[in-house]
Design a protein around this ligand. Structure first.
Ligand code: H79
Length: 433
C-alpha cells in the first residue's frame, strides 16, 4: 500500500510539474504592467551597434558575409563621441513616446552593455569603454521613461551558436555542438540585464526564425529565468508566431496586427496579449548613410493612430549615427509626432481599440465612456457609424468641442461633418450615455 501511495505521489508530482511547465501564471505586478504597457501606446526603438559605423544597416555582417573575426575588429574603432543619454531621453520625451526599446545585443553578437560573459562588449572591446546601456537606464529612470531591452536569440559571432541557422552562414563561424554553453551565456547575460539596470519594462527577443520551427530553444527556461528575477518584466518575442506560453505581449514586425504586408506576419495569429507593432522611419533599422527615404509626418501619425485603433502600441525606430546622435530627420519627425500628441494625446494614450473595427476611412479608440473617431481618409462630408443613437450623449469635434450634428437610423448614426475633413487626423469625440 505504501508503495502504491508513493507511486501515486510520483505520478502527481510529475504531472503537476508538467502542468507548472505549461501554465504560466503572471503575477499581479506583471498584469498591472501589461495594462500600463498598453496605456503608453507609443515607444521609440533604437538600433545601435558597431554595425552603425558601416552605415548600411544592422544586417551588413550577414549581407556582405563579413568574417566574424575581422568584423569584431570594428569594435576597436568604436568611439561615439557625441553620445549623450540625457539628450536621447529628452528627445524621446519630446516625441510623446513613453518607452525606449534598445538593442542590448543584435544578431552580430556584440553586447552594447558591460557584460562579464564575454569580452566582446562595449566596455571591454572599445576605446569608448562606457556602458551606454547603464547611462541610458539611469536617464530613463530619472526622466520617467520605461526601458525595454531588445535581445537577439541568435548570434553570428559565437561558435557555440549551434546548429548554424538560416542567416549568418558566410561569416566563418565554426559552429560546434555546444548549445548548452550558448544557452547558459544567454541566461547569464539576461541576469545581468535584469539586475544591473534597475526595473526593466520588457525583454524583446528577436531571431527565433533563424532555426527550424521544431528547434528547441528551451524558451520556457529562459522565460521562467527572466520572471524569477523580475516577475513584472514583460516578455515579448518577435518570432512572427502566435504567442507562446510564458510571454506577456505580442509584437508585429512592420505590420499592424492581423496584416501581412511585410511578408513576415503570415504565421502571426493575433492572440490575446497586449499588442505592439514595430516599424522603421525610413527603410532600415540600423543607421544607413544612403537611406534618406523617411516617412512623412502624416504617414507616421497615421501609423500611430492606426496602431491605437488596432489596439496596439507603436514602436517607431531610429538608427543613431556612429557618433551617437539621432539623425536630424529622425529628430524632426519625432518632434512632429510629439507636437501632434500634445494636442491629441488624450485620444491615444490610455485608450484601447474602439468598438468600431478599423475601416478604410480610419479607426476608433476608446477610453471609459468616450469613443474617439479618427478620420484619416474620407472623401465625403458625412460619415456613417454603426452605433445606436440612443446610446449617444453627444458628438463633438475633439479639438474645440464644437457639436457635430447627426441623424439616427435603426442601426447607426449618420454624422454631418459640413465639409470633407482635411486635418491629418480629424478627431471626433463621442460621449456615450
Ligand atoms: O532588428 C530588426 C531586424 O534586424 C530584425 N528584426 C527587426 C526588429 C530582422 N531580422 N530579420 N528580419 C527582421 C526579417 C527576417 C527575415 C527572414 Fe530570413 C526571412 C528570416 C527568415 C526568412 C533572411 C532570409 C534570413 C533567413 C532567410
Amino acid at each position: 500500500m505504501k508503495h502504491f501511495i508513493s507511486i501515486l505521489m510520483m505520478i502527481y508530482l510529475v504531472y503537476s510539474g508538467a502542468l507548472a511547465q505549461e501554465n504560466y501564471i503572471p503575477t499581479a505586478e506583471n498584469l498591472k504592467n501589461r495594462e500600463e504597457f498598453q496605456d503608453m501606446k507609443f515607444g521609440v526603438f533604437i538600433h545601435w551597434g558597431i554595425y552603425s559605423m558601416m552605415a548600411d544597416g544592422e544586417w551588413i555582417m550577414n549581407n556582405k558575409n563579413l568574417n566574424y573575426k575581422e568584423y569584431a575588429l570594428l569594435a576597436q574603432g568604436f568611439y561615439p563621441s557625441a553620445f549623450d543619454a540625457a539628450k536621447w531621453v529628452s528627445d524621446v520625451k519630446a516625441s510623446g513616446a513613453k518607452y525606449i526599446c534598445i538593442t542590448s545585443r543584435h544578431h552580430d553578437g556584440f553586447s552594447m552593455f558591460g557584460t562579464k560573459q564575454s569580452p566582446y562588449n562595449i566596455v571591454d572591446a572599445t576605446p569608448f569603454k562606457r556602458d551606454i546601456i547603464k547611462e541610458l537606464a539611469e536617464e530613463c529612470h530619472k526622466q520617467g521613461i520605461k526601458l525595454h531591452f531588445y535581445y537577439s536569440i541568435l548570434d553570428w559571432s559565437r561558435d557555440d551558436y549551434f546548429p548554424i541557422g538560416r542567416s549568418g552562414r558566410g561569416v566563418g563561424r565554426i559552429n560546434k555542438g555546444e548549445w548548452k554553453t550558448y544557452h547558459n551565456f544567454m541566461l547569464n547575460q539576461l541576469t545581468e540585464l535584469l539586475t544591473n539596470y534597475g526595473e526593466i519594462g520588457a525583454i524583446w527577443f528577436d531571431g527565433m526564425w533563424d532555426q527550424p520551427e521544431d528547434f528547441d530553444w528551451k524558451l520556457r527556461e529562459i522565460y521562467d529565468h527572466i520572471h524569477s528575477i523580475q516577475p513584472g518584466c514583460l516578455i515579448i518575442n518577435n518570432h512572427h508566431l502566435a504567442p507562446i506560453e510564458g510571454e506577456d505581449g505580442q509584437t508585429f514586425e512592420k505590420d499592424l496586427p492581423g496584416q501581412n504586408q511585410s511578408g513576415y506576419s503570415s504565421t502571426a495569429t493575433v492572440g490575446k496579449l497586449p499588442l505592439e507593432t514595430c516599424e522603421t522611419m525610413n527603410h532600415t533599422w540600423g543607421y544607413s548613410i544612403t537611406d534618406k527615404d523617411y516617412k512623412s509626418e502624416k504617414e507616421l501619425i497615421h501609423y500611430l493612430v492606426k496602431a491605437a485603433g488596432n489596439n496596439a502600441n507603436l514602436l517607431m525606430n531610429v538608427g543613431p549615427r556612429p557618433n551617437g546622435e539621432f539623425p536630424d530627420i529622425a529628430i524632426e519627425r519625432y518632434l512632429a509626432i510629439g507636437r501632434w500628441l500634445n494636442e491629441y494625446g488624450e485620444s491615444i494614450y490610455g485608450t484601447r481599440g474602439g468598438i468600431i473595427e478599423p475601416r478604410d476611412w480610419g479607426v476608433t479608440t476608446q477610453k471609459g465612456n468616450k469613443i474617439y473617431v479618427h478620420i484619416l481618409n474620407l472623401e465625403d462630408d458625412a460619415l456613417y457609424l454603426p452605433i445606436q443613437g440612443k446610446m449617444i450623449a453627444s458628438v463633438k469635434q475633439f479639438i474645440d468641442g464644437k457639436p457635430i450634428k447627426f441623424t439616427t437610423s435603426e442601426k447607426g448614426i449618420l454624422l454631418n461633418l459640413n465639409s470633407k475633413p482635411d486635418a491629418i487626423d480629424y478627431v471626433l469625440e463621442i460621449d456615450m450615455k
